[in-house]
Design a protein around this ligand. Sequence first.
Ligand code: SGN
Ligand code: CA
Length: 524
Amino acid sequence: MKRLLTTMALLLSPACAVAADRPNILFIFTDDHAPHAIGAYDGWLKDVNPTPNIDKLARQGMLFQNSFCTNSICGPSRAVIQTGKHSHLNGFMTNGNKFNGDQQTFPKLLQKVGYQTAMIGKWHLGTDPRGFDYWQVLPGQGDYYNPFFKTPKGRVKIEGYCTDIVTDLALDWLKEQRDSDKPFMLMCQHKAPHRTWMPPLRHLHLYDDVEVPEAPTLFDKWKDNASPARFQEMEIDRHLHLLCDCFGPEAEGFDVNKAKTDRSGYKNKLRMTDEQRKVWDAAYVPKNEAFLKANLKGDDLIRWKYNRYIRNYLRCIKGVDESVGRLMGYLKEAGLEENTIVIYSSDQGFYLGDHGWYDKRWMYEESMKMPLIVKWPGVTKGSVNTDLVQNLDYAETFLDLAGAKISDDMQGRSLVPVLKGETPDDWRESIYYHYFEYPSVHMVAKHNGIRTQRYKLIHFYQFDEWELYDLEKDPDELTNLYGKPRYADLTGVLKRDLEELREHYADNTDTSVMPAEWRKQFRQ
Ligand code: SGN
Ligand code: CA
């Protein structure tokens, strides 16, 4: 009798279900990969064909056109994914925070129901990963060349190119450490294509002979925006550094010692082995000489910097796309393809010269959007979904896929019905956004806001300035409708809804206006 009861208890325990019952989850995550730099998203870079392997995933999966983060910055986005809670509740509001690993996370909950969990690559949450049977992560931002990795046993340096190494480590784990009696959840997280965009050596000449289109808003002067857009520090023109970001020629009077201490491209180049640097210089030195000769000024110089930046960014993405190809190849070879759900996503979007910028942070479309493609064999079949979804939903989705209970205190919703093509009638009609890092690098003012399928209202509360956009008529967000009498009623409704969302998500953080004398100081 006792034996029978034990057997029954085991059968009822989800931890005991055999691997085949529940899908494996492979989460491929990158850093700063804007959806419009993925071919399948059909943006203005699609003709460059930047991502054939990711596009293939989209043909077999579901591509989310309206996928957004809650706070467009690295660590915070990752903390939202771990917890299924907005930044103000998980405590990781800015990159300077440290993640409290004692709190509930989805990997811990997956372990409880019998999943084997692993985390490889960029983590960027300040404290050591928790809830993983295996982890090997880049310290902080990590390096493109010859990076260090942190493991439970200490630090190791691995020679080579970061994207390739992270892929190798993920494949090694799948081949050698995977427990075939359990379903797995593997997070394979790349540093690329983060600043300072350093491509793999094999791709330094990729796109040399291709005309890469220009961002349609490259020369935006933010005439209609509230003041924060004019006081940022992320312009291709004034802030993208010719040497440290673009690997251009060393300018006269350039302080090499300072560059060595910065987290700049110059310092990163110094990490290369002599062999690596030789290949690098062979690619860039002749181009830099031609650049010096051309003596570009004004818009031509902006165009040159844009071109150097976008090509290196896309070359980094080529490395990522190859990683996706290798991982998919292995799943097939190992007979894991049919029972593994593959997710491709990135922590936020990015400006690819859009509005004259690089970087992210703003609630504008380019940086608030996250790519999200989910391939669920037997379920998804190459469709495009336009429901409003967020990184807030990932934890819930993974738990649901694993047949685990979704914790009541999580704030998002499972995407499982959406993936099955059965979006619930009461799916969200608006999303809440809050960015907290100011003053800080790139000087993007704090703001919160609401986005519906059609409209977006943004409040730069420290300066008490607002923006309102009609995304249907103005997808590039160039015409600020805030304060226009015709939009007064709509503004009132959106303000009320924003307040309701703030309450709904229990965001009690301080959104007061800065004292006038401080504000002045930031407007000089
Ligand atoms: C670094 C980058 C910034 C970037 C932040 C945050 N400068 O400071 O451009 O905004 O990280 O990025 S760098 O020259 O050091 O690359 S995040 O992805 O970690 O949020
Ligand atoms: Ca990022």
